[in-house]
Design a binder for this molecule. Structure first.
Ligand SMILES: Cc1cc2nc3c(=O)[nH]c(=O)nc-3n(C[C@H](O)[C@H](O)[C@H](O)COP(=O)(O)OP(=O)(O)OC[C@H]3O[C@@H](n4cnc5c(N)ncnc54)[C@H](O)[C@@H]3O)c2cc1C
Length: 478
């Protein structure tokens, strides 16, 4: 049921904006906390948002599943690892909540019917704490959506929310642009995802992604930053400038292969090697940021010919199978040579000339790498010896990589520990809660694998419970 905004009443106890993982978790939690009428409005014609088609790895430390595998871990260790990597970009109280609450949330998912692989994955941390659902994140979406249906949550597709309705100083509903169709609610949860598809917001809040000039977003089509716009109507505070997750990309295609083959040598514009080439996507993003956001992956054509043309993760997730590579093959590199994203040289000196790099510097880099590979000991960056391949004889190719594929934006609304949105003066905005990728201060700029989904689930549940409690209190008010 809906009505003009001017006549706002109560059509639902809780309205949730967005049917991604965060929104579906919020709706279920609101029902469980006693909200009778819970509505989820989804702008697209499908539920699941950015999680669809992804592996769905969820980071959690200190779980029953870890103990069963003999893994010693603790929520405090996850907090430590995440805070060490991200420093000032985080609200530590929220990170603590995330680390504590994801432990029972993994069990909650199991109780709802989600199935996980027994083995655990390793992501950015040394410890095995990635919980991987059988069937990927789509299976989690299916479970959450199914339980929403069972619980009588109304999920409406093709309903884009474009206004918050404010009544007596509190958020009291949502409306479309015309405000002809408003839905009155006891509380509203924003779970509308990130803003990667909006070029203006990307330039404003994630300029280092926009500045590559070829940024493209890998997440759900609905990631247009609507939560930021809706929040701005009520002076919501935002947090986290120029952070998120960018993947190295060779341009020209729409392929995301987050890891590099172990047999390439990654150098900057001065011809110096920049890192362990088998680093995680989040680490590669941070490294290239320090090197002008432009690096070259060098290998010999013999290595390309010898490669079996599959993408093999350096940290394979349970259940994952190697996929054909669209880039690191003879044909893939030929395409890049044609489009000017790669250069070829018979010798390393030729390559240096083609790249306009000092030949002595690049030669020295390659000689040092060869010497390390010969003794199976990467003395510069400690790459695993199994990935330390000597380059062999020329010809060589250098593929230009830029961090232009964006899979996550982490600038977002500031919330408190009840997932209530804060205004510019850090006061809670009555009736407004938020969860998932549209929330800032939780994921930072060095996004550990598995944390985005953990955050979507934990803050989704928190926001749903808080919204239901607020809605019930409002019912009791005279
Ligand atoms: C390729 C890829 C791989 C990933 N792999 C992992 C992984 O392995 N582990 C991990 O932890 N994270 C991973 N992530 C990140 C993770 O999937 C997302 O951060 C998470 O799914 C976000 O969930 P969400 O519910 O907050 O937002 P979303 O999934 O973006 O959902 C928001 C929903 O709101 C809808 N919406 C937007 N605006 C409106 C509006 N105005 N009105 C109504 N509806 C609206 C959108 O259409 C969307 O359905 C990956 C992301 C990508 C792109």
């Amino acid at each position: 049921m809906s009505r003009p905004a001017a006549e706002i009443g109560r059509d639902a106890d809780v309205v949730v904006v967005g049917a991604g993982v965060a929104g579906l978790a919020a709706a279920l939690a609101a029902r469980a906390r006693g909200a009778r009428r819970v509505s989820v409005l989804e702008s697209e014609h499908v539920v699941g948002g950015s999680a669809l088609g992804t592996d769905g790895a969820i980071a959690a430390a200190g779980t029953r599943r870890q103990r069963a595998r003999g893994v010693v871990d603790h929520p405090a260790a996850l907090v430590h690892d995440h805070v060490q990597r991200n420093g000032g970009d985080l609200d530590v109280a929220l990170v603590r909540l995330l680390a504590e609450a994801i432990v029972p949330t993994i069990d909650w998912l199991g109780d709802l019917g989600a199935r996980f692989h027994d083995e655990l994955g390793i992501g950015d941390d040394l410890v095995a704490r990635l919980h991987v659902p059988v069937g990927g994140a789509a299976s989690i979406v299916e479970v959450l959506h199914g339980r929403c249906r069972d619980a009588g949550v109304e999920v409406s597709l093709g309903r884009r929310v474009e206004r918050l309705v404010v009544h007596d100083g509190a958020v009291a509903g949502v409306a479309d642009r015309s405000e002809e169709e408003a839905i009155g609610a006891g509380a509203v949860v924003l779970a509308a995802g990130g803003f990667g598809h909006d070029a203006e917001l990307l330039a404003a809040h994630f300029p280092s992604a926009a500045a590559t000039g070829e940024a493209w977003y890998v997440g759900a089509p609905g990631s247009r930053g609507d939560a930021l716009r809706l929040g701005a109507h009520v002076q919501a505070q935002t947090v986290g400038h120029d952070i998120g997750l960018r993947h190295l990309h060779a341009g020209g295609d729409r392929v995301v292969e987050p890891e590099l083959p172990g047999w390439v040598v990654l150098v900057d514009g001065d011809g110096r090697r920049v890192c362990d080439e088998t680093s995680t996507a989040a680490t590669l993003d941070q490294v290239v940021r320090r090197h002008g956001d432009r690096v070259w992956a060098i290998c010999s054509t013999a290595q390309l010919v010898a490669s079996d043309a599959t993408v093999r993760s350096h940290r394979p997730l349970p259940g994952a199978t190697p996929r054909p590579s669209a880039r690191w093959t003879v044909d893939g590199v030929e395409t890049m040579l044609r489009t000017g994203r790669a250069v070829r040289g018979v010798t390393v000196a030729d390559l240096a000339l083609a790249l306009d790099i000092d030949a002595a510097v690049l030669g020295g880099t390659i000689d040092r790498y060869r010497a390390d590979a010969d003794r199976r000991d990467d003395r510069q960056f400690g790459k695993d010896p199994t990935s330390l391949e000597p380059l062999g004889a020329g010809p060589y190719v250098a593929v230009e990589l830029r961090p232009s594929a964006v899979s996550l934006t982490t600038h977002g609304l500031r919330v408190d520990q009840a997932a209530q949105v804060l205004d510019a003066a850090s006061r809670p905005i009555d009736g407004l809660f938020a969860a998932g990728e549209c929330v800032g201060g939780v994921l930072g700029g060095h996004v550990g694998r598995g944390l985005p989904l953990a955050a979507a689930l934990v803050f989704g549940r928190t926001a749903g419970e808080s919204a239901a409690a607020r809605s019930l209190r409002r019912l009791r008010q005279p």
